[in-house]
Structures are given as C-alpha cells and as structure tokens.
Design a protein around this ligand. Structure first.
Ligand SMILES: NC(=O)C1=CN([C@@H]2O[C@H](COP(=O)(O)OP(=O)(O)OC[C@H]3O[C@@H](n4cnc5c(N)ncnc54)[C@H](OP(=O)(O)O)[C@@H]3O)[C@@H](O)[C@H]2O)[C@@H](O)CC1
Ligand SMILES: [K+]
Length: 479
C-alpha cells in the first residue's frame, strides 16, 4: 500500500522524531537522499553544473545541504537565494564551506540556462499559493531550456494537502520526498507536476499514525481483496449482481455494464431493462427479466443508471432495495438524495467530474481542480461512498477515514462506455461481498490496468477494456 499523510500529521510526527534525535539529523538524512537522487539523475557528478533555487525555509535548507554534498564530489553548484536574509543559516554555511557560490535572483537567468540540473528548494510543505514572481521566472527558464528539474519534497507551488494548483508551479522531472508521500504527489492536477516520485526513508514511519489520509492500493493489496470461489461455492454464494441499465435509446450501456459485471467475480449476472435482447444476444449466460428490479429474483447487489435515460422509477426501486447498490450515470441525476441517505446497506456512487459538479451545484472545473474536497463533500452529502472518476480516481467513504486513490488508468480510457464497464465490474465485486470502498478501489485498479493492457499506447473501445479485465485480474493475481 502506498500511503500519504497530511502536512499537519507529518509535522506532528517530525516533532516526535526530532525529540529523539540529535539536532539537524532529519535534515541531514533528507539531504543525503536528495544528493544521491541528483547524482543518479546526472550520471556523472564531477564537473556537472547544478543550480539550487533556494527559498526561505527548511526546504531550501535541504537543497543547500544536498548542494554541499554534491559540491564536495566535484560538481559546480550555484544557489539562487530567493529570500537572502531568511535563508537557512546552517545550510548556507555548509554550502559555502563546500565551495558553493550564491547568485542574486536578478542574475539567475544565465545560470539556470547553463545548468545540467536544477534543484527546486523554493518551498515544501510550508507553502501556500502558487510561485511568487521571482521563482516563477526562474522556473520558467528551466522549463524553456528543458533542464532536468528535481523537486525537493514537493514541486513548489502545489497545495500539499489537496493536490490543487492555484497558480504557477514547478514542473519537475523527479520529486524526492521525505518520510512519506504527501497527498499532492498522488492526486491530479498536482501529481502531474511531480514527475516520477522517489521516497527517502528518514525514519518517520515509526511515528506516523496507522491511518493515513490517502492510500493507493498496489498489486499485492488488490490480490488480497479479489474474491476467490471456494470448493463449496455456488452461484448464489459467489454473489448475483443485478444490472438495471440501458434504454431503448442506449442499449449499448446495458451490454457494457453486463460485460464488466461478468468479469468482476459474481457468480451470476441478472439483467433488468429494455435492452434484454441485446444483452442476451451478446452474453447468453445472463439471466434476463422484463419485470422491474423488485420482481427480478435474488440479487446480492444492484447497479443502476448506465444509459438509463429518464426512468426515475427504476432508480427509486433499486435505491429502496436492502442490498448494496451502485449508482452511476443517469442514475446519479435521478436518485433522490434523501432516499439514498436513508439507506442502511452500502451505496457506491460513481460520478465523473461533470456529474459530480452537477450534484454539488458547482462548475466542472471546480471539481477537477479540487478532487479530494469534492469527493469528500459528495460522500458526506449523500451518506454514500463516492468514486470520483478521472486521471486519478478517488474513492471516499462518508464516514471519513483514508481516501483511496487509483492511478492505474490511462488517457485512452476516456472513451464512450468505459464508465459502464467500470460500474458493472464494481457492482459485481459488491455482490461478491467486498465493501463499497474495496469494491470501488479494486474495480478502478483492474479497470485502469485493463485499459493499459488493452490499449498498449493505441486507442481502445470500452468492449476491449471489458475483455482485458481478465488479463488484468491474472496480472494482479500472478504478481
Ligand atoms: N517534515 C519533516 O519531517 C522534514 C522536513 N524537511 C523539509 O522541511 C520542509 C518544510 O520546511 P518549512 O516548514 O520551513 O517550510 P517551507 O516549505 O520551506 O516554506 C517556508 C516558507 O516559505 C514561504 N512560502 C510560503 N508559500 C510560498 C510560496 N508559494 N512561494 C514562496 N515562498 C513561500 C513561507 O514564508 P513567507 O515568505 O510567507 O513568510 C514559509 O514559511 C519540508 O518540505 C522538507 O523539505 C526535511 O528537512 C526533513 C524532515
Ligand atoms: K520544493
């Protein structure tokens, strides 16, 4: 499991750890890890030209101590001091002793343009808002000249706790982060500014609380959650998932949701709705019914909404069922909030940013810019688990607790019908007995991986993604 902690939690842990260690020890650990990462990126340290962008806090201190280490190995290191009178004093003294030189921001352009590597020590977890003008100018030169940039702890200018980017920010090729990931390194849009991320162990793990703010499942975590039939399993014990989706106008949504559901581990898929002929033609193993959900027979979890059009009565019927329910697409618009809040069985809602924006009554851009807050807010309003789809998918429980983040996806998954496959897949996992949080995060993981496997860098259709879920499942199981 990859985890991220909020700034407040990191600061508390840092204080606890510092109390046990000699002064400055943590910063030395951080700087040592940073210097090693820079050296690896450069390939050859001796004779290379490194420029440090140094802000007013400890983030700049890390950069200066790392710069001192690199200078001692023969690099030519220059530090552009953005707040000269408030620069980390110990770091600056060590840097100068090692032969480093300082440069005024006004003279920074030429220095940056000639660098082999730029180190962004402008601001770390103490920062708010975008880059200030001097820093923005210098970061702009590095971007223009395509000089590799290593960010210290975080790319400067992003909001550490939320992943928001409110102004200009550094675009790094590599971010070397200390002790733990910060939420911004896992959530878009900030994540895109971080480049690849390297975590340096500074001993913080021992003092961090058990529950993180954010967690990202890895192969091994997903493998442990996949439902596996036992010797005694029959289709009911494996779970039956009901799909109430599609309409005369959108029969394809039903077919795709069923395609996802067939690959999610439930023992049987039941379909209810006007697209039964299309569904059965494609998947003869599906149990179809032309009665409403209430009379469809035994079901352990329902999926409602994909391609549903305007039929609010079916949505209402499903929402009143006393089994786990997944609400997607049109179902999100048609579901009554109070009825959803009144449910006692788990509810999983799966909006994309546009749908979430409509439910929250804000602009789509607002949701895209503040994904974490939006997912949490929606979960709280509906008393449901919310899976907010996107380049990084977030899954938040109404009760709070760690939010899951998934980034196995690819841009090629942004294709018509892809969400229908995801809802079927997640519904099937719900029927197989996973919690809403687990079903949502395992489905997002497999769906993203299936998208990658099916696409391999080329465009794919949603049915390709559904078919590739089997390969993704095996890939996870056989890791
Ligand atoms: N936690 C740990 O375990 C360890 C932490 N370590 C390191 O310490 C870092 C945190 O250091 P920190 O607390 O000194 O804050 P930091 O990020 O350097 O900011 C300082 C000042 O910047 C300013 N400022 C604010 N916004 C700004 C902006 N947009 N653009 C420009 N400036 C801005 C603001 O001052 P202002 O100018 O507003 O008065 C603020 O006070 C952490 O990220 C890690 O690198 C490691 O050494 C080892 C272990
Ligand atoms: K930084």
């Amino acid at each position: 499991m990859r985890t991220a902690y909020s700034v407040e939690t990191v600061r508390t842990a840092e204080r606890a750890l510092m109390a046990r260690l000699p002064e400055g020890a943590l910063m030395q650990r951080a700087a040592a890890g940073l210097a090693v990462a820079c050296a690896e990126l450069l390939g050859r340290v001796y004779g290379s030209r490194i420029v440090l962008l140094v802000g007013s806090g400890d983030n700049g201190g890390d950069a200066l101590y790392a710069g001192a280490r690199l200078a001692r190995r023969g690099a030519g290191v220059a530090a552009v001091l953005l707040a000269p009178e408030r620069t980390h004093a110990g770091g600056l003294a060590a840097f100068r002793r090692a032969g480093g030189r300082t440069v005024d921001p006004a003279d920074g352009e030429e220095t940056v343009l000639r660098a082999d590597l730029v180190v962004d020590g402008i601001v770390g977890i103490g920062g708010t808002g975008g880059l200030r003008p001097d820093a923005e100018r210098l970061a702009g030169f590095a971007a223009e000249a395509r000089v590799p940039v290593v960010a210290v702890d975080l790319p400067s200018g992003v909001e550490a706790d939320t992943g928001e980017v409110r102004g200009a920010a550094v675009r790094a090729d590599l971010t070397v982060t200390f002790g733990t990931h910060k939420p911004a390194l896992l959530i878009d849009p900030a994540r895109e500014y971080a480049g690849s991320v390297r975590l340096v162990d500074i001993g913080l793990g021992d003092v961090l609380p058990e529950e993180p703010g954010l967690e990202a499942l890895q192969h091994v975590d997903v493998a442990a959650l996949l439902p596996v039939p036992g010797a005694e399993s029959d289709k009911y014990r494996r779970g039956v998932v009901g799909i109430a989706a599609g309409s005369a106008r959108y029969p394809g949504a039903a077919v795709l949701a069923v395609a996802g559901a067939l690959r999610g581990g439930a023992g049987a898929v039941r379909y209810v709705g006007p697209a039964a002929d299309a569904v059965i033609a494609r998947f003869p193993e599906v149990l179809v019914s032309d009665q409403g959900p209430k009379h469809a027979g035994r079901v352990q979890a329902w999926v409602v909404g994909p391609g549903a059009g305007d039929d609010a009565s079916v949505v209402g019927e499903v929402v009143s069922a006393d089994v786990p329910v997944l609400i997607d697409a049109d179902g999100l618009r048609l579901a009554d909030r109070d009825a959803v809040r009144a449910r006692t069985a788990p509810t999983l809602m799966t909006p994309h940013a546009g749908e979430a924006a409509a439910l929250l009554g804000v602009a789509r851009e607002e949701v895209e810019g503040a994904r974490l807050a939006s997912a949490r807010e929606l979960a709280a309003r509906y008393g449901a688990t919310v899976l907010l789809k996107g380049s990084t998918t977030l899954i938040a429980d109404a009760a709070g607790g760690a939010v899951r983040v998934n980034s196995t996806g690819t841009g090629w998954l942004a294709t018509a019908g892809s969400g229908d496959v995801l809802s079927g897949l997640a519904g099937s996992l719900l029927a197989a007995g996973l919690s809403a949080l687990d079903a949502g995060s395992v489905a997002a993981y497999l769906h993203g991986l299936a998208g990658r496997l099916a696409s391999d860098g080329a465009p794919v259709g949603a049915h390709d993604v559904a078919e590739a879920v089997v390969r993704a499942w095996r890939d996870v199981r056989d890791q």
